[in-house]
Design a protein around this ligand. Structure first.
Ligand SMILES: [Zn+2]
Length: 318
């Protein structure tokens, strides 16, 4: 497996852990505490000082893959239908990049030097291990594309046992459900919403040419693919952290902690009461997370039995 250290600034690293904006002096103080072991909420996950945000928080994997094209034989360009017998070589996994939330490294590997073999087993095994360790996998359109493509290749390549079950969060699904952006593509969203990392445009090899040149084992093209893939995952992380507090269907991180503290679904305990939330028969205390801004509600109904009995309901007509 190839590890690439991105070297995140400490400010960003601590921001990921504890909130939105932190002053540098606070950061140094926290990092010093963390390294001396005084900060109980953080756990070491490696000798290089990488951490998992909060104790027992879920392991969140951000990921992206690129696949090779099918090689097909055809007679014309426009409006063609291809039959299975026209496929000369099936697609396979070309590269992947992944990153654990809260850690610095971006994990990347590709088929450089092995395109002719079409044997992507090594990449698949690495992904299997990452998925097996992850509680939640985050991607852009990965529910429909990446994960199913990976699953298909695993089975085709003889990896028959499934990895342990994962929950998924998909930035494309959040974008479609909660916003009406001009485009829901990762490129558009990261260009307009991200500050630190944006999806990279292809440099020397525009569009399909990058894939074609990688298939021809062009070193420069592989270098560009690596940069492209790594920035996909870094920009995905920044985008997801921005979108998730708007999402009312995300995974509740509080489920993964062993304590009984009241937490926002992002894991933060920094909550303030903010009015009430109502359903047709109930009234609950509403909370705003001071870390991510997301609203949640308590589970204790403030309405008395008498108040509930007095509430009239709509009659549903035909
Ligand atoms: Zn929150």
């Amino acid at each position: 497996m190839i590890y690439i250290t991105k070297g995140l600034a400490h400010v960003r690293f601590v921001t990921l852990l504890i909130g939105n904006v932190v002053k540098k002096s606070t950061v140094n103080y926290i990092i010093a505490d963390y390294k001396s072991g005084d900060l109980e909420n953080f756990t070491f996950a490696g000798e290089n000082g990488t951490v998992t945000p909060f104790k027992s928080m879920p392991k969140v994997l951000l990921m992206d893959i690129e696949t090779s094209p099918n090689k097909m034989a055809g007679w014309a360009l426009f409006n063609q239908n291809f039959g299975l017998e026209q496929i000369e070589r099936e697609w396979f996994l070309l590269s992947y990049s992944a990153k654990w939330l809260g850690e610095e490294e971006v994990i990347y590997n590709d088929m450089k030097g092995k395109v002719d073999t079409e044997d992507d087993t090594q990449l698949l095994q690495e992904l299997w291990n990452l998925f097996d360790e992850a509680d939640i996998v985050v991607g852009q359109n990965h529910r429909r594309f990446d994960i199913k493509k990976i699953n298909a290749r695993m089975l085709m390549q003889g990896i028959t046992k499934p990895y342990s079950p994962i929950r998924t969060e998909d930035t494309l699904d959040i974008a479609k459900r909660k916003f009406a952006f001009t485009s829901n593509k990762l490129g558009w969203m990261t260009e307009h919403l991200n500050v630190e990392f944006k999806k990279q445009d292809h440099g020397k090899f525009a569009g399909f040419k990058l894939w074609k040149e990688c298939m021809l084992e062009n070193d420069e093209a592989w270098e560009e693919m690596r940069t492209y893939n790594i920035f996909d995952v870094l920009s995905l992380e920044e985008l997801w952290l921005k979108l998730r507090c708007w999402d009312d269907k995300g995974v509740n991180f509080a489920l993964y902690t062993d304590d009984t503290e009241m937490r926002c679904s992002c894991g933060s305990t920094d909550l303030e009461e903010h009015g009430y939330a109502y359903t047709s028969l109930s009234k609950f205390t509403q909370y705003r997370c001071k870390t991510c801004g997301k609203f949640s509600r308590g589970r204790v109904n403030h309405f008395t039995k008498e108040k509930r009995a007095s509430l009239l309901m709509n009659v549903i007509g035909k």
